[in-house]
Design a protein around this ligand. Structure first.
Ligand code: PEP
Ligand code: MN
Length: 295
């Protein structure tokens, strides 16, 4: 670890690797994020109906996913777009977990909703638009649930790490970083997938890094290639939008894979996943030391 990165990211000391500090491993149900297994999180952009969610969940479970994604509270750019099913959506996610054993990741948008969402979710997602909502980060951290922190669409890596530091500083060491593309002058894709951020984060931080090729690309045809690039950049897993009928999805259909395309993408990832270097997880004393540091 070069001393200069510690200076560059001096505001976020606890998220940076040190000589003595191994990879953070986040335990969720019966698996680990940040360890040797490449973790697939998949599901629709929004929870729509029981049939839609269960069909997706059963399929992705059969294909090897560990986590079901699905938004019950949706941060939409237009106030007239579908805003999510709210509590009813959370209940459908819990039902899908019961049926499949998949863990649930879902977004929490408001500080007031944290206790309710934490009751249903295994992992709380903080969306791109809320990455710097520090009161939400604090409340989410204090729920004790692992936090999937999405990079703000105009956040630098230093901004991103400051938000992760905020979660750690509020007593929660279980942070998963998620690169989902950033705004640039390019408009042909929804965002610009910042693959260098993944490679850099893996070098400087001990936190697991997940890639979201769906929101990065905005177009489903690009998702498998970006997913393969994410594996090569050393990501610890993927967050991917999948739907039985993407063209009728209530949100983000253009970037959503159908079930056969999801399977084809996973098949194409297999040889790359086999080439990944083994992770060096934190030992118990290291983990205890980190917990002490974050208070
Ligand atoms: C999502 O994952 O559903 C989402 C809204 O993503 P982002 O916050 O990255 O836009
Ligand atoms: Mn989406």
């Amino acid at each position: 670890m070069r001393e200069s990165w510690h200076e560059f990211f001096a505001d976020s000391p606890d998220v940076l690797k040190t000589e003595r500090c191994g990879q953070t491993v986040v335990p969720v149900r019966d698996f680990l994020i940040g360890a040797d297994e490449f973790i697939i999180m998949a599901g629709p952009c929004s929870v729509e109906t029981e049939a839609q969610l269960l069909a997706t969940a059963c399929h992705v479970r059969g294909s090897g996913a560990r986590v079901l994604r699905g938004g019950a509270f949706k941060p939409r750019s237009s106030p007239y777009a579908f805003q999510g099913l709210g509590l009813q959506g959370l209940k459908l996610l819990a039902r899908a977990r019961q049926e499949t054993g998949l863990a649930i990741v879902t977004e929490v948008m408001s500080e007031d909703d944290v206790p309710m969402v934490a009751d249903y979710a295994d992992i709380l997602q903080i969306g791109s638009r809320n990455m710097e909502n520090f009161s939400l980060l604090e409340a989410a951290a204090r729920s004790g649930r692992p936090i999937l922190l999405k990079r703000g669409m105009v956040a630098t890596i230093a901004d991103f790490l400051r938000s992760a530091q905020c979660v750690l500083a509020n007593g929660n060491p279980n942070v998963i970083l998620c690169e989902r593309g950033i705004r640039t002058f390019e408009t042909a894709t929804r965002n610009t997938f910042d693959v260098a951020a993944i490679a850099l984060l893996k070098q400087i931080s001990h936190l697991p890094v997940i890639a979201d090729p769906s929101h990065a690309a905005g177009r489903r045809q690009l998702v498998p290639a970006l997913a393969r690039i994410a594996v090569a950049a050393e990501a610890d897993g993927l967050l991917v939008e999948v739907h039985p009928h993407p063209d009728t999805a209530w949100s983000d259909g253009d970037q959503t894979l159908d079930l056969p395309s999801f399977d084809a993408m996973l098949a194409s990832l297999k040889p790359l996943i086999a080439l990944r270097a083994p992770r060096q997880p934190q030992s118990l004393p290291e983990r205890l030391e980190l917990l002490e540091a974050v208070g």
